[in-house]
Design a binder for this molecule. Structure first.
Ligand SMILES: C[S@@+](CC[C@H](N)C(=O)[O-])C[C@H]1O[C@@H](n2cnc3c(N)ncnc32)[C@H](O)[C@@H]1O
Length: 384
């Protein structure tokens, strides 16, 4: 496909996404209908689509319309590329440019690609870093790997990846983290991945698990385990009796094969109360996802004030439920991939006022400015 045909394909996929179809589904449907597209074309179209969704507001301003065409035009202009040679109207290229395609420079919050209502809330927390942080969330996320300490050390994993053409370097502050510098798309077909030496995991997710006070012999529950990324990271840290629960059990579907690949044991449970109490519970709660908007750009545009309020209520309920399952002197670790104080510090303050007998021994924010997603972790200890 020519660059112009790729632009036309991205416009079609974006139009479907703007009409409400999830981006992944729109890309899959386009791929099925476009047998002529090679893997390079598919990756290029996907990148155009996700880059446009991350920067939807500013690209629409630069491209003159909130349409697939406006977004692709705006993306080219944002990158300093003249769209005229691609928008020719010949062959598979998008229609030639007209007066209607004129854009304008985006204003301040528009240029940061967030909805207006959320900006003051982010500014309250991020203060002087607000613009730099939101700029970071406008770009593709780096790819990180967690080396499975049960199977390899950093240097061995790095060498195995190198043999398969994948470049990776250690990440400052992480004991088991590698940042992929070359050929990230080869990871899932690599033998290092198939043999469980490495897992794909964001740097901040790894840092959250590294901060947990895990020791051999502990009974541990991962209460919102989802795909089990943090469950497996905990299993690699110490010899634990480890349970995984999620309100949507189908989300745990991949955990048994992933645990087998990693060489660890995890008990799935739909009734975590039955095996309580636990020495440590990690609850990585459902949240706005505002720290990981690079990976889920539509999340940023779909979040509403009403949904945020609803999420905060769910988080408080989960905290109270988990608190009842923690053993005396045990730890409740609360994590979000949110940058918003409502879901982070405010949630912890409200928990401590509802639950006497608990203390907070650590609160930590992980900023996208240091590479990984935005994350928050609080360690709550049961004193009585
Ligand atoms: C942020 S994700 C967890 C990601 C996961 N810990 C990981 O590292 O991949 C939040 C998860 O919480 C689950 N969830 C939502 N409400 C819940 C509830 N009330 N109790 C338990 N799990 C819940 C969701 O199904 C979702 O899988």
């Amino acid at each position: 496909m020519t660059p112009a045909a790729r632009a036309a394909a991205a416009i079609a996929v974006l139009d479907r996404t703007l009409a409400g179809e999830p981006a992944e589904q729109a890309l899959t449907n386009w791929g099925r209908a476009s047998r002529f597209a090679g893997s390079g074309d598919r990756h290029a179209v996907r990148d155009l689509v996700y880059d446009a969704l991350r920067c939807k507001r500013s690209f629409a301003a630069l491209g003159g319309a909130m349409t697939g065409r406006g977004l692709v035009l705006g993306g080219l202009r944002a990158a300093g590329v003249d769209p005229a040679p691609l928008f020719t109207g010949t062959g598979h290229a998008p229609a030639a440019l007209s007066e209607a395609d004129q854009g304008r420079l985006p204003e301040r919050v528009e240029a940061l690609d967030v909805p207006d209502w959320i900006f003051p809330r982010l500014e309250r927390v991020l203060q002087a870093d607000v613009e730099a942080t939101l700029q970071a969330l406008r770009h593709r996320a780096p790819v990180f790997l967690r080396v499975n300490a049960r199977k390899a050390d950093l240097a061995t994993a790095q060498a195995r990846l190198r043999q398969e053409g994948i470049g990776a370097q250690p990440v400052s502050g992480l004991h088991f983290g590698l940042e992929v510098t070359e050929n990230a798309r080869k990871i899932q077909n690599s033998t290092a991945f198939a043999e469980g030496l490495v897992e794909l995991q964001d740097a901040s997710s790894q840092a959250v698990v590294e901060a947990l006070p895990l020791r051999d012999g502990m009974r541990v529950l991962d209460h919102c385990a989802g795909g089990g990324g943090k469950t497996l990271a905990m299993a690699a840290r110490a010899g634990l009796r480890l349970y995984a629960h999620d309100a949507a059990p189908q989300r745990l579907r991949d955990l048994p094969p992933r645990a087998a690949r990693a060489g660890v044991k995890v008990h799935l449970t739909e009734s975590p109360e039955k095996t309580a109490p636990y020495d440590l519970i990690l609850t990585d709660v459902p949240c706005s996802g505002s720290g990981s908007w690079r990976r889920d750009p539509m999340g940023k545009w779909q979040l509403t004030e009403a949904r945020l309020t609803e999420l905060c209520a769910i988080q408080a309920q989960i905290l109270d439920r988990c608190a009842r399952m923690v053993a005396p002197r045990g730890v409740l670790a609360y994590a979000t991939c949110s940058l918003l104080a409502e879901e982070d510090e405010d949630q912890i303050a409200a928990f401590l006022s509802r639950q006497p007998g608990w203390v907070c021994s650590l609160q930590r924010r992980f900023s996208p400015l240091i590479g990984g997603d935005g994350f928050f972790l609080a360690l709550l200890e049961r004193r009585s």
